[in-house]
Write a protein of this length. Sequence first.
Length: 320
Amino acid sequence: MLSLHQQLKLGLKLTPQQVQYLKLLQLPSLSLEQRVKLELEQNPMLEVAEDLEPVQEEVEAGKEESDGETDKDVEKQEERKEDEGYTLEDYISDDNAGHKSPESLPQNGEEEYESPLPASVPLTERLLTQFRMLDVEAEEELIAEEILGNVDEDGYLRRDLALIVQDLNLTYNLTLSVERAEAVLHKILNLDPPGVAARTLPECLAAQLRCTNAPPALRELAYRVVTQHFDDFRQKRFDILVTDLMMPKMMGDELARRLRHEEPAIKVLYLTGFSDRLFKDKTTLWEDEAFLDKPCTVKGLLQAVALLNSGRLEAKDVSD
């Protein structure tokens, strides 16, 4: 009984020229050169064409298309065509050694080394990591992220804190208060480095003073100057000059004399450990001047400053 079957086959047949072309493409450059030389020896009809002259027809066609071009432009165009040519010798003499070969190394014998860039954590991420280590709630962490996101390149918070709270309430449907944001900002100011996200320079300096290891008396005095008398401090309006009497480049009394040309009413308190020898020929000091023996405590220095400022400290009181 006869039966019919339908079958679909897909085949690929290569001509001998295509097979030879594929074999030539697979040959390395050295083997290809040897193969070309062998074919030239066996087939006398083959010749090596080293300098191919441009076809006259192409030159004439180019001249017809560029009627307005000068002879100089035509010469440049022909030179460009010659430069674009890539001959067999260029392919054979190509650099196949690689970047690790001796030819690729620097001529001075020293290998070039590019130092890797160190990985750095942004300051905002460092502060947020420190803030998360504190006992804070999720809403406080959200406020901290918003505050640090508004810090400028100088480290200051230029935006109003009330506007930041308003944006958070509208975006996340919260009921945050400005007082809570102030408490979060106070925690951020005490992180390391202290003073980041401060709104003013006095606030930044006050945060840094809270984190310093200075004696408590001096820290409290500096904190009062920054928070209560910063305008006088910025404009250099000083009531009392406390200076060492013996200094390398200028004596303390010379410094006081120069300052009194600008501030005649300034008072001076000298600190010295050689009071007996330096003041043996000087029975009294100038008006509004006194000296304090070293070493002295911070408490003693503050008391002397307070007494001199009130006018109750005299030269004979501190020379005893």
